[in-house]
Design a protein around this ligand. Structure first.
Ligand SMILES: O=c1[nH]cnc2c1ncn2[C@@H]1O[C@H](CO)[C@@H](O)[C@H]1O
Ligand SMILES: [Zn+2]
Length: 362
């Protein structure tokens, strides 16, 4: 008999996470502890529960720009190598405890130079933390692997440097590049030379697009920049018409995204907070999954959106009735879309994901 689907059983299912920000996933207590050790006194609360609630409420603003303001606190306490390594190791522990077996975690190295760290020191500290977290998870009986994505901030002008950093560390589990930050006013085409460089290096990249801004941003990300995946990409629904009789018509861009199997890194809870969707039940993920786009489910920022991979799956189960086979589909979609090698992806699908779901749905 199949295991009933609930938050506890979903935590046992193997899950794959492609879109999660390191500086958006700290434990509230760690924010407090690090603030104390680095002498940061601007936190709005000194109690972990209250601080956690504050982040979720402050990020619940209906605007991406205001959502992003909350990162000033997490970024402020991550300015030393020790802090970066601790946050990275705890991130892995938390994901492993939630049943995540493979995750790509992203962050922008340029944000952690307020106290003079060099970009290389930042990347090395985070990589050390991830390896430490993988070992701690293994000691607790959990198998997890972490790939790193380096982000450049759209509003800054350092993307060439960061892309170069990503390429230099690609043999040390930095698996790709991304651009993040406010979308309106900062089109991805500001970085065309950087994307050309990455393609010439045979390097992988995704782009935050179609979250706060619509189709032009998605079109530029794919057709001008050559993004392999879309961070969010929710607004692709603007190119899909569903008639009253249920007939669906895909515009040329939506057709291209579906035909080319371009992965959508969807983050339902985060989208409710930035105003990209009204409720989980209204979230375009339902339609896009039904139309067999290559949809993946992600957390974006576990602290700000007060969420987890299991929590996202549980919310989708409630809104759309998804069961184990749907969750396996999302998970295999994500694993196929990861930036690690084909043989490694296949191994995780066959050795971990399929047996994991088979055990739950038997
Ligand atoms: O959903 C998002 N859209 C755009 N930018 C984001 C989102 N979440 C986080 N960041 C930005 O990415 C930086 C690097 O991790 C964060 O500091 C935050 O400013
Ligand atoms: Zn994001």
């Amino acid at each position: 008999m199949s295991t009933p689907v609930n938050l506890d059983s979903i935590r046992l299912a193997p899950k794959v996470l492609l879109h999660d920000h390191l500086d958006g996933g700290l434990r509230p207590q760690t924010v407090i502890d690090l603030a104390q050790s680095v002498g940061y006194s601007e936190l709005p609360h000194e109690d972990a529960d209250e601080l956690g609630e504050w982040f979720a409420a402050a990020a619940d603003s209906g605007s991406l720009e205001r959502y992003l303001e909350t990162f000033s606190h997490t970024v402020a306490v991550m300015q030393t190598e020790e802090a970066l390594a601790q946050v990275a190791a705890e991130c892995v522990e938390d994901l492993a405890a939630d049943g995540v077996v493979y995750a790509e975690i992203r962050y922008a190295p340029e944000l952690f130079q307020e106290r003079g760290l060099a970009l290389d020191q930042i990347v090395q500290a985070v990589q050390d933390g991830f390896r430490d977290g993988e070992r701690r998870a293994a000691a607790a009986g959990k198998r997890i692997r972490i790939g790193t994505l380096l982000c450049a901030m759209r509003q800054h002008a350092r993307s060439a440097e960061i892309a170069n950093l990503a390429v230099r560390y690609r043999d040390a589990e930095v698996v790709g590049f991304d651009i993040a930050g406010p979308e309106a006013g900062f089109p991805p085409t500001r970085n065309l030379d950087v994307f050309e460089y990455l393609r010439q290096q045979n390097a992988h990249f995704t782009i935050h697009a179609g979250e706060a801004f619509g189709l032009p941003s998605i079109w530029e990300a794919i057709q001008h920049c050559g993004a392999e995946r879309l961070g969010h990409g929710v607004r692709i629904v603007d190119d899909i018409k569903v008639a009253e009789d249920g007939m669906v018509h895909l515009g040329r861009l939506a057709s291209y995204v579906r035909d080319r199997r371009i992965p959508l890194e969807m983050c339902p809870s985060s989208n409710l907070q930035t105003g990209a969707a009204k409720s989980i039940a209204d979230h375009p993920i339902g339609l896009l999954a039904k139309l067999s786009f290559r949809v993946t489910v992600n957390t974006d920022n576990r602290l700000m959106s007060h969420c987890s991979m299991s929590g996202e799956f549980a919310a989708l189960h409630e809104a759309f009735g998804y069961g184990w086979s749907d969750m396996q589909w999302f998970t295999v979609n994500a694993m196929k879309s990861a930036f690690i090698g084909f043989d490694e992806r296949l191994e995780i699908i066959n050795e971990v994901i399929k047996p994991g779901y088979a055990a739950l749905s038997e």
